[in-house]
Design a protein around this ligand. Sequence first.
Ligand SMILES: [Zn+2]
Length: 43
Amino acid sequence: MTYVCMKCGKEFNELPPDMTCTYCGYKIIMKKSPPIARKVKAE
Ligand SMILES: [Zn+2]
C-alpha cells in the first residue's frame, strides 16, 4: 500500500508514525490506490 502526503506529495510505502509526514510535518496522509489496469468487456 502506498500513502501520499496531501501537502507535499511525498509518498510512503508504510503509514508514517502518527500519520504525520516525515518531510513537511503535515498530518493528512492518504492512501494512494495503485493503478489497476482493469479490462472491461463491452458486450
Ligand atoms: Zn508532506
